[in-house]
Design a protein around this ligand. Sequence first.
Ligand code: ATP
Ligand code: MG
Length: 866
Amino acid sequence: MMKQYMETKEKYPGEILFFRLGDFYEMFFDDAERVSRELDLVLTKRACGNGDFAPMCGVPFHSAEGYIARLLEKGYKVAICEQMEDPKAAKGIVKRDIVRVVTPGTVVESSMLDESRNNYICSLVYRPGAVGIAMGDVSTGQLYAAQLNLPHKAQLLGAVTNRLGRYAPREILLDPEAAAWEELTRFIRERSGGAGEKAPPALYENQERAEKAVVSLLGNRTLPELGLTGRPLAVLALFAFFSYLEHNKMSGRERMNRLELMEDGAFMALSLMDQRNLELTETMRGKERRGSLLWVLDKTKTAMGKRLIRQWVTQPLLSPAQITLRQNAVEELVQNPPFLDDLTEKLGGIHDLERIMTRVVYGSANARELKAVGEALKRLPGIKAVLKEAQATLLQTLDREIDPLEDVPALLDKALVDEPPLSIRDGGTIRPGFEPELDEVRRDRDGGRELLAALEARERERTGIPKLKTGYNRVFGYYIEVSNSYKNMAPADYIRKQTLSNGERYVTQELKELEARILGAQDRALELESRAFEYLRRYLARALPYIQAAAGAIAVLDVLCSFAAVSAARDYTRPTVNLSGKIYLKDSRHPVVEALLRDRPFVPNDVDMDMGDNRVQILTGPNMAGKSTYMRQIAITAILAQIGCFVPASKAEIGIVDGIYTRVGASDDLSAGQSTFMLEMAEVAQILKSAGKNSLVVFDEIGRGTSTFDGMSIARAVLEYVHDTKQVGAKTLFATHYHELTAMADELPGVKNFNVAVKKRGDDITFLRRIIPGGADDSFGIEVAKLAGVPDKVLGRAKEVLAQLEKGSLPQAGRQPGLPPKEEPVQLTMDSPESQVITRLQAIDVNALTPIECMNILFELRKMLR
Ligand SMILES: Nc1ncnc2c1ncn2[C@@H]1O[C@H](COP(=O)(O)OP(=O)(O)OP(=O)(O)O)[C@@H](O)[C@H]1O
Ligand SMILES: [Mg+2]
């Protein structure tokens, strides 16, 4: 037996080997030591020949799932080795074989999967200038592939990491060249949790073999039909992906035969970092769903819809025609509440068809899951009946994609009892009347049971023992039990079987015969039930393509209904989507901040940006005024528009944005071992390289992490660069506390100043949250500190220091005597009242001021000089 173990282990050295011995999965040697430590299991020993002992630990087979889940979480893979024949029937050592390798990306058990997320395995192949990608979710059958061709390695890295960020695969397979690409592996380590895995080099050596295998696995369609011509690296990546499944003994790979290309340029560029900065699926701080865009937007009713809406939110479209298709559907649903309610109601209660069908195909689904498929399918005709009325093209298409499949639930209903047990081995899964032979065997078994009851009554009478009773246990079978006080009354034909503390158990010839009949019938019934169940499972598996198509359509419908429900409830507007390059919003709101505010209303703002004079907005204003909120709300609105949802505004026009690039402060990445400033600059560099004139760039206080002058100079240079249409020319939102930068509005044609209005009375300020043209004149940092509860003493001192600074002299404490001040003198001139007045004057657009405002500014200027 140990020899068999060693041979098996040799084939799966990297995995934890669960070796089936009777009712347990046992682990030996290193595996045992590691697992006993990780899962807190008792470590024992087992003789392994030559007087040696192997460390051993085990888990009961029926509760193995929980242990496996914990091991996967800790980054292990588990190879499951089963007994391949009945130990009773086996001659010599029972045959055993690996039946499955469970890895984070190949789990299909619902207990180990998050129903709201896809669970992808990614396969990458790198050659200079190109990367092949395959991305597959075994649990749902989704499969994507692409070949990215980009001459510059940095661009390629951006494109690849973008995909990795978007799909967040649980496992990543790398060909040798990808594994040697340092920036890539670093990204994988730092960002996506799991480490990349080097696949066997031999997989990538034979293009022809890879093509043949991929073609045959994908339903024998030709390479051109699959869209794979001219994408040899995508083919290799797919081949490695399928080989990995084969290595892990995933049967039912034919389920993954619908390949979609991750077309280049079909989606808005939106990197993982930008998704985080905009809090699309989780908040930056707590990584929570509450407070994210998804939290507001996701009112889906099905697990399929939940996964799809997450995908859509991170994949805004670029084609106005495609967006319009979705918008038309959403609009129809918004305008017809009974229609929307009806659909929403019918979508509820549809189970996770995609994942259950995976288990059906892999053969691990139980009767309750089959039942769930049946219940879900029963809802399809109702949904189709509602969709029949639809006008929108997309809704009509969805209707066509749903096959009502009425025969399947009918068969399941006929075959399965209303509440089947979890395991077919418990018996009673198949409904009477479905299988005549089963009915007969059951009658036989029940007849036996009736005879048993009769026998008990008869024996009680015959012996005169009032408490005589029959019973059953697994070891001794059926027996007659007599308590001690009556045991001397047991007749001579009773054969003693077992002595208990309080009585004796006997059998009789008649009882033995009855037992054979009952148990025989029972075994036969189970056998027939299993056979019937297997028939049902296969029947269902054959319907897979239709069910898969229906599930896909249900997911889309669910997301559209969710968009419509949110748009109606929150009073969103259908945006005009075109290629004008404009972003025009009236009364725009931030969808999430608005939803979070309870006691006060969200103050709407207008936005007017284009590719000409209103390209760059410099945004100044006190802390807490609402700068970051305003900038993010514009970016999020563009995303909402391009996923086909309505937007929080009273009027909206969105010129398609090809990418959103954000740099938001305070995302310190200490774990990555880079300083905040260094990281910030790296991100800025990446943005400057990637963004183009159709992009939207959000810079939230860049250059803050270094000395004032360095920071300001960098900020200014970056602004000039993004403003320059020959370099970037993107629509840009730029929040800053460097008020000096507002001067740029006078120098560069595409730059405009805006600030967030505040009302000041004495030491107190009120935030008006209104974005108004022009630069801000004051930072109100100390006032905001007061609002935040900084002690009065500190505030008092801060004011003193500020006053001294403004007067042009340095505060005394805190300066090292003797050392010549390095930057301060320059800073003083910059911050001196004179220069401040000049900056302020430069920032004023005299034509845009009312006489009252002019008066106010005059007063203010005079105050600055005092
Ligand atoms: N238009 C608005 N209407 C109502 N409340 C708002 C609005 N904009 C922002 N807020 C509130 O003000 C808070 C602070 O906003 P935000 O973080 O955007 O300020 P900020 O100007 O970026 O501050 P800082 O300069 O410190 O980064 C938000 O959390 C939100 O609660
Ligand atoms: Mg901010």
